[in-house]
Design a protein around this ligand. Structure first.
Ligand code: ZN
Length: 450
């Protein structure tokens, strides 16, 4: 089993309460995609790009060896086994156990990408077929208008100036993969100080096995830039704080895709004019938040306020790797920490782990511990479609923010079902927020002229 497949198996094992080997067997499923000729076949490839990070996907097959067939549009199925039927047009997507056809024209690319996430969830649920998986309600009727994109925003150019993506992990991949369907210009700098580890291949949509060992930011930018004709994508192998050190003004826009709550809070302290954030909670939830300073509503530090579980997660990592809690809180493994870990795990080459995140190494070394404790489970990596959903929602939030639609600042979505428009809310400031209620905050914000 590759490390990427192992990440999926660990996630599924945790969901089903079974061992990792049994979960790996459950994931050894093949999905056949059969699509109507034309743009629906092109869309099937968009679906395959997300789904193939979790299950085997084939398009050229007689169907005899597949566990599930997804029949897309007006076309005959090729297998005799289980089938799911999907069809989409410019306004929506239908998925169910019976074939129901739509007659409209091709959807916008961003909507097509969102539909691919929705069908991936159905496919994984149907192919694995375990009752312990989160429920998927069929038939599924996805009205793309529920995403809340303002009228005309899909076609309107967005000019990014002094804009950064913090983190080059799965959500950043999902974001660029979604945003490639939009009209972006200007410059966008992707910052991440880490290198690509094999385990992330299960969810980083642009990465290929040969990227292992490269800088994460450079690998993402290198793969994605051909998708952005009008936008200069730049990679920087440092963390955002380093990149911004010594500047007199905060950045204009930061897209936040980092892992930890503490790092998110620290990014708000850099005072980005506009912050757009998306995150995943194992496979159960996707959250998107935005704010533009000055704001009368929640900031990133309000949304990701300190919670007791942060300590237990850090403690689980510290105990598993044999390092001090304070060292884990730094986020990245330095040379000293690498030496300490090497004493407990002599098979680990300390030079190879310097610069890695403690979370990632913990996942690799302490699989059993990660599976059996609630603290460990928080560290498991989601399936690719969950991160892809986070990327779609971040792209939608960008469209809303840049087109003046600021009536909500928070949306939690169940990735196994459809986004519910009425679940969008305006979160209030959290009493005692370290950013909002810092006596210096308002003065600094007005000193920037915002
Ligand atoms: Zn706040």
């Amino acid at each position: 089993m590759t490390t990427a497949a192992q990440q999926n198996a660990m996630m599924l094992a945790s969901l089903l309460g079974v061992g990792e080997d049994e979960a790996a067997e459950q994931l050894d499923r093949t999905v056949l995609l059969t699509a109507e000729a034309g743009w629906k076949s092109d869309w099937a490839l968009e679906l395959a790009r997300v789904l193939e990070r979790t299950l085997h996907v084939v398009t050229e097959d007689d169907g005899s060896g597949c566990n599930l067939e997804i029949v897309i549009g007006k076309v005959d199925g090729r297998s005799t086994g289980r089938a799911i039927f999907a069809d989409l047009d410019a306004s929506g997507l239908l998925v169910g156990k019976e074939s129901k056809l739509l007659s409209g024209s091709k959807p916008h690319g961003l909507y097509g990408a969102a539909a691919a996430c929705a069908v991936s969830a159905v496919a994984i649920h149907s192919a694995i077929g375990a009752a312990a998986l989160p429920e998927v309600r069929l038939p599924m009727k996805f009205n793309f208008a529920d995403l809340g994109v303002p009228p005309g925003a899909l076609e309107r150019e967005i000019v990014l100036r002094d804009a950064f993506v913090a983190g080059a992990g799965a959500v950043a991949h999902g974001f660029l993969h979604a945003a490639r369907h939009l009209v972006l210009s200007g410059t966008l700098t992707v910052v991440d100080p880490k290198t690509v580890k094999e385990g992330v291949l299960n969810r980083c949509l642009y990465l290929e096995p040969e990227d292992i060992g490269s800088d994460k930011a450079a690998a993402l930018v290198g793969r994605a830039k051909t998708d952005f004709a009008g936008l200069a994508l730049v990679a920087d192998p440092r963390d955002l704080r380093e990149v911004l050190k010594g500047r007199t003004r905060p950045p204009e826009t930061v897209f936040v895709t980092v892992d930890s709550r503490a790092t998110r809070r620290s990014i708000q302290n850099e005072f980005p004019h506009t912050t757009i954030d998306a995150s995943t909670t194992d496979v159960s939830g996707v959250i998107v938040h935005s704010n533009s300073l000055p704001t009368a509503h929640a900031c990133l530090a309000c949304i990701y306020s300190h919670v007791p579980e942060e300590h237990s997660r850090e403690r689980a990592i510290a105990a598993g790797l044999g390092v001090d809690l304070d060292v884990v809180r730094k986020g990245f493994i330095d040379a000293d920490a690498a030496g300490t870990i090497n004493k407990k795990y002599p098979q680990i080459d300390p030079d190879a782990i310097v610069g890695s995140a403690f979370d990632s190494l913990f996942r690799q070394l302490c699989a059993q511990q990660a599976l059996t404790t609630p603290e460990g489970r928080q560290i498991l990596a989601p399936f690719a479609f969950v991160s892809a959903w986070a990327g779609i929602l971040m792209a939608v939030e960008m469209l809303r923010t840049f087109n003046g639609e600021c009536s909500t600042n928070y949306w939690r979505v169940d990735p196994w079902n459809l986004p519910i428009a009425r679940a969008r809310v305006m979160r209030k400031k959290l009493a005692g927020c370290q950013f909002c209620f810092n006596p210096d905050t308002d003065g600094l914000i007005s000193s920037f002229g915002w």
